[in-house]
Design a protein around this ligand. Structure first.
Ligand code: CTP
Length: 406
């Protein structure tokens, strides 16, 4: 994963070198961006040497190099799109003010406006500057906008005063980065099988039955589990999504293919998450030739597909496996009743249910509004969240179930 580390002009700028080292342990690819003031405290060469990458210092290149000028002028957009996180450490009162008010007069402040990646600021400054209502108001504004803050520590400050304003500990900043990026290692040693997307049931050589599933929820789960250290097998129906990094991707088309792939991979899995929108019915007889148009109404005979989740659930009942099983339920009515009945019927440990008629939930959205139904009777409604965050909440509950059933 790629992050941008913005370094601004404070004495704590020297600590950013240590921070780079610590973040490299998380296998992060780090693009350093330094403000002009930061370069008064520490040279770009230090960071170029540590990261092996050119440090970005200017919005515009040298005046004589016209081509380089154009390149650097649009570079903030390229960097903004490439990064998974923008971290600013140390963040001065000045940069907090710029971020809060949309001032974009150098590379870092422009990058902040141009990126959609999450942002963490780690403020460091003199105690009076920290406590000033202007700084606090700017921070409140940034927090309200979703910016994460690694709060400064209290202690002896470089200016000779004692109080709040010392850059948060390197480890605390690194932990914050891991938590925002979902880089916990709590699934290390586990194999997680995730299914995603729709399945397609062929009617004849050119037509098929399918549904509107985009696969986004399943892909988010696969990515979240991989980032948390799991070995992930992603069994996916047809989708347009890029395959997440470090995931064993098994493309399938029909329910039968998905069933085969899941059963084979589930044998040594600790967790199976059925996020796929599996077709419930398939044509009873597949035509080998294209169906011809006629004048009469056409009736298709459909037969039920095998229920993959229920089959795995039966293994659990027969105690041939101790896998944690998670199912999904996309409903348009009677959410709780349907979810509870699926929980029992399919032998799942968790059913993640959503009402797909709600705005911001269901198919092809980047967010979801779900309620988790747990085997122990608990019902946990989650607010509207990005699918990646929903994925992490589901995984948190998987771990909790594993702990209590040990
Ligand atoms: N599922 C499955 N195999 C099927 C159908 C569904 O494994 N043939 C899984 C889905 O991946 C999902 C869960 O079962 O995790 C619930 O799917 P859903 O279609 O909501 O359940 P159904 O049993 O089909 O119930 P409904 O009558 O609501 O369609």
């Amino acid at each position: 994963m790629k992050i941008a580390l913005g370094i601004t002009g404070g004495v704590a700028a020297y600590k950013a070198a240590e921070l780079v080292r610590r973040l490299q342990q998380e296998k992060l690819d780090i693009q350093v961006v330094m403000t002009r003031a930061a370069r008064e405290f520490i040279t770009p060469l230090t960071f170029a040497a540590l990261t092996g990458q050119k440090v970005i210092t200017e919005m515009f290149g040298p005046p004589d190099a016209a081509a380089a000028n154009v390149e650097s002028a649009i570079e903030h957009i390229a960097v903004a799109q490439r990064i998974d996180l923008l971290l600013v450490a140390p963040a001065t009162a000045d940069i907090l003010g710029k971020f809060a008010h949309g001032v974009a007069d150098d590379f870092l402040s422009t990058l902040y406006l141009a990126t959609k990646a999450p942002v963490i600021v780690a403020p460091a400054m003199n105690v009076n500057m920290w406590e000033h209502p202007a700084t606090q108001a700017n921070l409140a504004l940034l927090r309200a906008r979703g910016v994460h803050v690694a709060d400064p520590d209290e202690g002896y400050l470089a200016c000779g005063m004692t109080g709040a304003g010392r850059l948060a500990a390197i480890e605390a900043i690194a932990q914050k980065v891991c938590s925002v990026l979902g880089l916990r290692h709590d699934f290390e040693g586990q194999t997680v099988v995730v299914t995603a997307g729709p399945t397609c049931e062929d009617l004849d050589p050119v037509r098929f039955l399918t549904n509107r599933s985009s696969g986004k929820m399943g892909y988010a789960l696969a990515e979240a589990a991989a980032r948390r250290g799991a070995r992930v097998v992603l069994v996916s129906g047809p989708t347009d999504l890029p395959v997440p990094e470090a995931v064993d991707w098994v493309p399938v088309r029909s329910t039968e293919e998905m069933r085969h792939a899941v059963r084979e991979r589930a044998a040594d899995a600790n967790v199976v998450i059925m996020a796929a929108a599996v077709a419930d019915y398939r044509p009873a007889a597949k035509q080998t030739q294209k169906l011809k148009r006629g004048d009469q109404p056409l009736t298709l005979e459909l037969e039920p597909t095998p229920d993959i989740l229920a089959e795995l659930g039966r293994d659990a009942v027969q105690k041939t496996s101790r896998r944690t099983l998670v199912g999904f339920a996309a409903e348009t009515r009677q959410l709780a009743e349907s979810a509870r009945s699926k929980l029992a019927r399919k032998g799942a440990d968790i059913i993640v249910a959503n009402d797909v008629t709600q705005e911001g939930a269901g198919f092809d959205t980047d967010t979801n509004i779900v309620t988790l139904f747990l085997r122990d009777g608990r019902e946990i409604p989650l607010p509207k969240l990005p699918k990646f965050d929903v994925a992490n909440r589901v995984l948190d509950h998987v771990l909790e179930i594993q702990k209590t059933s040990r």
